[in-house]
Write a protein that binds this ligand. Sequence first.
Ligand code: 6GU
Length: 248
Amino acid sequence: MRIDVITIFPEYLEPLNVSLLGKARARGLLDVRLHDLRGWTHDRHHTVDDTPYGGGPGMVMKPDPWGEALDALLAGERPAADPVVVVPTPSGRPFTQELAVELSRAPWLVFTPARYEGIDRRVIEEYGARLDVREVSIGDYVLAGGEAPVLVMVEAVARLLPGVLGNAESHRDDSFAPGAMAALLEGPVYTKPPEWRGHGVPEVLISGHHGRIARWRRDEALRRTTLNRPDLIESCDPEAFDKHDRET
Ligand code: 6GU
C-alpha cells in the first residue's frame, strides 16, 4: 500500500518509521511518503494560512498550496488507481474499525492533516468532484491538528494489511472486528507465570477445554462491554453469540 501525507510538520509523522509500521515499510508492504506542504508555497515566508472570510477567530489554510501539492502527487510517480483522500477533521465522519478495513483495501491513501481552523472548503469541493475524499474524525474531542489522527488511522489500517501482523489470526477477535463478536470489547488476557503477586489465572484458561474457554471469553467480553460501553450492547445480535459458540 502506498500512503502519502502532506503536512506542515513532517517530523510529527516520524513515528511511522518505528515498530510495526517501520517493519512493514522495511519489508516493502507499506510505502509511506511524507511531504512538506510549505514546499508548494512561493512567497518568502512560505505562508500556508490566512484570515477567515466572514471574520472570526483563528486562521484558515489557503487552498493554493494544497491544490499544488495534490496535483503534484496525482501527476507524479504513482499507483495506477486514484487514491482515497482522507481529510482529518473533528467535523468528519467517525473513524471506525469498519472504515479502517475499507481503507486497508485501497492501494493508495493520501492524508491531508491540517492545522489552524482547517482547510479552505474549495479544496474538498475540487477534489471531491474527481476523487473519493473522506472527511474523518477520530473522536469527540478537539486536537490542535490532524497529524496525531493520521498516526492513529495509518496504524489502524496498516496492521490489517496482509503480512504486517505476525499472525493473520491476530485481528480476527479484535474489539470491533466485523463478525460474530462484532460490537463486543475484548476480554482480559493472561500469560506466564501462573501466579503473580498472589494473583492466579482463571482456571478455565488452563483447562484445555476449548468450548469452555470460548464461552468464558465471550462472557468476559460481554461483562467488559456492559461496564465500559453499554451503548454497544444495544447494537449486538444475541443470535451471533450462539453461532460464535458453535464455531469456536
Ligand atoms: Cl481528525 N482533527 C482534529 N484537529 N481534532 C480531532 C480530530 C481530527 N478527530 C478528533 N478530534
